[in-house]
Design a protein around this ligand. Structure first.
Ligand SMILES: [Zn+2]
Length: 91
C-alpha cells in the first residue's frame, strides 16, 4: 500500500518577468534614433520620449530640436513651451 506525501508539490513559484517585458520593448534600443549607429549594450543610452534611444546627447538634442521645430509649425496652441525654451515635460 502506497502512502502519498502531503500534496505540496504544487508549491507556488514566483515568476519574475521584469527582464522579459523589457526585452519585448528593447528593439528600438539597438540603434540610435538619429544617426542609426548601433547602440552598444552597457554604454550610455540617451532616451527620449520614452521610446527612442540615442547614442549621444548630441544626437538626442538634434532630435529634440527637430521635433520642436515640427511642433512649432504644426501645433503651436497644443504644445506649451516656456519662454526660456525649456520644456518642463518629463521624459
Ligand atoms: Zn547617434
Amino acid at each position: 500500500m502506497m502512502k502519498l506525501p502531503s500534496p505540496s508539490s504544487a508549491s507556488p513559484r514566483n515568476h519574475r518577468r521584469s527582464s522579459a517585458d523589457f526585452g519585448e520593448t528593447a528593439h528600438f534600443l539597438k540603434a540610435c534614433g538619429l544617426c542609426k549607429r548601433r547602440l552598444i549594450p552597457g554604454r550610455d543610452i540617451y532616451m527620449y520620449r520614452g521610446d527612442t534611444a540615442f547614442c549621444s546627447l548630441e544626437c538626442r538634442q538634434q532630435q529634440m530640436n527637430l521635433d520642436e521645430s515640427k511642433d512649432k509649425c504644426s501645433s503651436i496652441a497644443g504644445h506649451q513651451v516656456s519662454a526660456k525654451g525649456e520644456t518642463m515635460v518629463a521624459l
